[in-house]
Design a binder for this molecule. Structure first.
Ligand SMILES: Nc1nc2c(ncn2[C@@H]2O[C@H](COP(=O)(O)OP(=O)(O)O)[C@@H](O)[C@H]2O)c(=O)[nH]1
Ligand SMILES: [Mg+2]
Length: 382
């Protein structure tokens, strides 16, 4: 254990001995902020030491990047092989795979990169320093698949959640709605549109712990102490996650694999219920639901292209079958963004779009490039 970790332990020990009440709230806020700041230091140290990340930086390919997270032997390698073109070794025992194994999943015409990162969580208990690897991989992910094993999932999900939480990873959460405007003088001014349970002195104390002396802090949500600290801690990442229960074939409860909403086992305050997809990676059960769900959470849409005369553009593949030409973009994207993806030659002189299908009030409607895309919208640019 290094010095910083010892400091964290000492603070935690002190907190255990101190009763929590209105009078000690400010002190607790300060201590929690101190711990968060020390964890930031641990997490960022390797990045500061050698810029560019080091061994765990993975090149991103495709339209989206998904990272598999789970304890050893839950079936990550098996799932990677089932979903993608990758060939990853699988085995009964732990720690078989040693480096990042990428695979590419083709779904709805999109290329979705899936990364199996052995050791990401598996070795986390062996030292807090591993957190930096967790963070460096997770930081680049558009989605985490958190995998547990049927019958043990409750405990496994909780372990992963806790591990991610202490490493600055916030799953299925939006960043706090707090704006911090640094000022040159005047101390810390706090504006809030909600009545806060945390008193203003505590908010000031936490801000100060992160070196903020003069600032205007505007709060637009009801904050917990955790969320308040998240505002200032530098190592926070916000990533969507899907929970997956694998090996549903093993314990035969007579049920079929299904997608359903289950309530959060850990009942951490402020988190939304977990949505769980049940699969058998080995038998190939539930994989279609999983792909659909991944697609939905990744927020990808297909936009089909038509030619300048409004005819569907297609190219033939595999002996004459016609595929519509399409572009994969994020749901937040506009038609201007689609045009941008077509490259400079295609976009020159184009100022409007004509659309068909979803989103079009009538076939061939002329709309602006600021129009939001919809799945299966058809478009040509004019
Ligand atoms: N019964 C059953 N076994 C599975 C399933 N998926 C994986 N396994 C087995 O679980 C063991 C560990 O799988 P592996 O993919 O290596 O797990 P990893 O350590 O998370 O990568 C292997 O023996 C797999 O054959 C499944 O859906 N059902
Ligand atoms: Mg593996």
């Amino acid at each position: 254990m290094d010095n910083t970790e010892k400091q964290i332990e000492a603070i935690q020990e002190e907190m255990r001995k101190t009763p929590y009440h209105k009078g000690t709230q400010k002190w607790f806020g300060k201590m929690r902020a101190k711990i968060a700041r020390l964890r930031d230091q641990i997490l960022w140290r390797p990045f500061l030491a050698r810029q560019g990340g080091g061994g765990f930086s993975v090149r991103k390919f495709g339209d989206s990047s998904v990272v598999l997270v789970g304890l050893p032997s839950v079936g990550k390698s098996t799932l990677l092989n089932a979903l993608t073109n990758a060939k990853s070794p699988t085995a009964e025992y732990a720690f078989t795979t040693v480096s990042v194994i990428p695979g590419m999943m083709n779904f709805n015409g999109a290329q979705i990169q899936i990364l199996d990162v052995p050791g990401l969580i598996e070795g986390a208990s062996r030292g807090a320093g591993r957190g930096r690897e967790v963070l460096s991989v997770v930081r680049g992910a558009d989605l985490l698949l958190i995998i547990g094993e049927r019958g043990k999932e409750e405990n496994q999900f909780m372990q992963i959640d806790r591990e991610l939480l202490t490493n600055g990873v916030r799953i299925n959460q939006e960043p706090p709605e707090v704006a911090v405007k640094k000022l040159l003088r005047g101390g810390i001014k706090i504006n809030s549109t909600f009545k806060q349970e945390i008193d203003r002195e505590t908010i000031r104390e936490v801000a100060k712990e992160f070196g903020i002396i003069n600032a205007e802090i505007t709060i637009r949500e009801k904050l917990t102490l955790d969320r308040l600290i998240d505002v200032f801690a530098t190592s926070r990442v916000y990533v969507p996650a899907l929970y997956v229960i694998n090996k549903v074939d093993k314990l035969n409860f007579g049920g079929t694999p299904e997608v359903r909403v289950q309530f959060h086992f850990g009942s951490e305050a402020g988190t939304t219920p977990r949505e769980v997809v049940r699969i058998s990676a080995e038998r190939g059960l539930g994989l279609e639901s999983l792909r659909e769900k991944m697609w939905e959470v990744l927020g990808l849409v297909r936009v089909y292209l038509r030619d300048p005369r409004g005819h569907p553009r297609s190219h033939s593949v595999f002996g004459g079958r016609l595929d519509l030409e399409q572009v994969i973009v994020h749901t937040e994207e506009t038609l201007g963004g689609v045009l941008g993806k077509l490259g400079p030659d295609a976009s020159i002189g184009k100022t409007e779009a004509r659309i068909w299908g979803p989103g079009a009030r009538f076939p061939g409607q002329i709309v602006s490039l600021g129009t939001k895309v919809q799945d299966r919208m058809e478009v040509t640019f004019v």
